[in-house]
Design a protein around this ligand. Structure first.
Ligand SMILES: Cc1ncc(COP(=O)(O)O)c(C=O)c1O
Length: 468
């Protein structure tokens, strides 16, 4: 018996609609935690299958108590984005179309769409036109791709082919990274054989910005091939490295400059915040996510490389069974580690088409304004201290007085209470020895009213903790 496509997909749509329209009223935490969900979902491998519609009903009934409202308007954890409905619709079609977008000639529509999206991304981010973009699962992999292209170029220039011959016996490559770089940079370095510990960590200031003079001092100690990793948007403070200075120092020393801008690179789309990235266009590779500020559904990241040849060289595979590549063709898989892949360019094309340049700029500026509103409301309450310069969408706050241990205990208690009260979700992190509450405004659904409600929820939680 064949599947009744319409009935099955209509049911999936109805469930998706019910979930998304109910999100603004959802509690901040799932009703069941991971361990409870594991028990709920556990069971023997089915011997015989079941009707897809019955499977779908079971899937939804089992899952819903364990879904985190990440696409909701008061979710401020990590830096999450919110899977915009337009991007989700395009992503559904990607699944329904079932295109394997590894090669362009068998999948002309989605491959051409990815190529167009590549050009649009370079325009909206105002990065060197003609750079290549690998559409990855996220910024972690994009960091790996950008750094692999860097590895290819700096070692080729030193007379060694790392793609053919690997790293055994290769000239050592110095990697200089800001001390407050995101963990994904280190995991990317680990993945490409550079090691996460074998790096020079360059001192940063109180906002996490790399100190240019510290870079200048360190880079002079490394005569061979080298890579500098800078950052646009520190995960806690949102701070930007001083790119003009860093890039000039790196250029003079002959280094490749890679920039992790998983969310912060989107400041380039705005008039009000673009200045934070001044000089960044002089780098060699850049990373950002679609699934953060562009609101593309997961998974969506971009590895942007000025040196298209090094990028391709670091990623390309070829075999006689694969379609021939004509001169000038853009092969989607030539810029990412995978061959078979979903058509990741399609939801990106869809979001850029839906928002337009102006819509992207408005969204980013609106979030920055909402973050300032959040910080101002919290700062009015005695005992709450805003710990960063709120330049973009990130706010970090500390609660209470006394020593770092006492403030950590108070801050953790406030975070736990906010999560339990269920109005909004915030997380925590260690910032330069202080445990802080992290607030990241990155959902397209968030309004000023959501910020007011959430600030009240946090202040009330703090008052309750203080009274204990
Ligand atoms: C600065 C920075 N780099 C890299 C990442 C990793 O991105 P992804 O989770 O998409 O791999 C993040 C995630 O928040 C980030 O903020």
């Amino acid at each position: 018996m064949g599947t009744d496509l319409e009935s099955l997909w209509q049911k999936a749509l109805a469930h998706a609609m019910a979930y998304r329209t109910g999100l603004p009223g959802h509690s901040a935490l799932p009703q069941l935690d991971y361990h409870a969900m594991r028990e709920r979902l556990a069971g023997p491998l089915p011997e015989n299958g079941m009707a897809p519609e019955a499977m779908l009903e079971e899937l939804v009934a089992l899952s819903e108590p364990g879904l985190m409202p990440m696409a909701g308007p008061r979710f401020f954890g990590w830096v999450i984005g919110a899977s915009d409905p337009a991007g989700v619709a395009a992503d559904w079609l990607v699944s329904a179309w079932g295109q394997n977008a590894g090669y362009h000639s068998p999948t002309p529509a989605v491959s051409a769409m990815e190529e167009v999206a590549e050009g649009w991304l370079l325009e909206v981010l105002d990065l060197p036109r003609g750079s290549s973009i690998g559409f990855t699962t996220g910024a972690t992999v994009a960091n790996g791709v950008g750094l692999a292209a860097a590895r290819t170029r700096v070692l080729l220039d030193a007379g060694w082919d790392p793609d053919a011959d690997g790293l055994f016996g290769a000239p050592p490559v110095a990697v200089l990274v800001g001390a407050d770089a995101h963990s994904s940079v280190f995991s990317a370095l680990q993945l490409i054989g550079f090691g996460y510990a074998r790096v020079e960590r360059i001192a940063t200031d109180d906002q996490g910005r790399m100190r240019a003079e510290a870079l200048a001092e360190e880079i002079g100690k490394h005569p061979g091939p080298k890579i500098v990793v800078a950052q646009a948007g520190q995960i806690n403070t949102g701070a930007y490295d001083p790119f003009s200075e860093i890039i000039e120092i790196a250029r003079t020393a002959g280094a490749w400059v890679h920039v992790d801008g998983a969310f912060g690179l989107w400041a380039r789309a705005t008039d009000a915040h673009k200045h934070l990235t001044a000089g960044i266009e002089g780098a060699d590779s850049w990373v950002t996510d679609g699934h953060k500020w562009l609101q593309v559904p997961y998974d969506s990241g971009f590895a942007i490389v000025r040196d298209r040849e090094a990028h391709q060289r670091a990623m390309t595979q070829w075999s006689s069974y694969l379609p021939a590549i004509a001169q000038g063709d853009r092969v989607p898989s030539a810029y990412v580690p995978e061959l078979s892949r979903r058509a990741r360019g399609t939801p990106v094309w869809a979001m850029l088409k839906t928002l337009g340049r102006k819509g992207v700029a408005d969204l980013v500026e609106r979030h920055c304004g909402l973050a300032r509103q959040f910080a101002a409301l919290l700062a009015e309450e005695p005992g709450i201290r805003i710990m960063n310069e709120v330049t973009i969408n990130q706010v970090i706050a500390s609660f209470g007085g006394g020593d770092a241990e006492a403030r950590k205990a108070a801050t953790e208690a406030v975070i736990a209470k906010v999560q339990q009260d269920g109005i909004c979700f915030v997380g925590g992190a260690n910032w330069h020895g202080d445990w802080v509450m992290r607030i990241s405004v990155s959902s397209g659904a968030t309004t000023e009213t959501d910020i007011e409600r959430s600030a009240v929820a946090i202040i009330n939680a703090w008052r309750a903790v203080r009274q204990k």
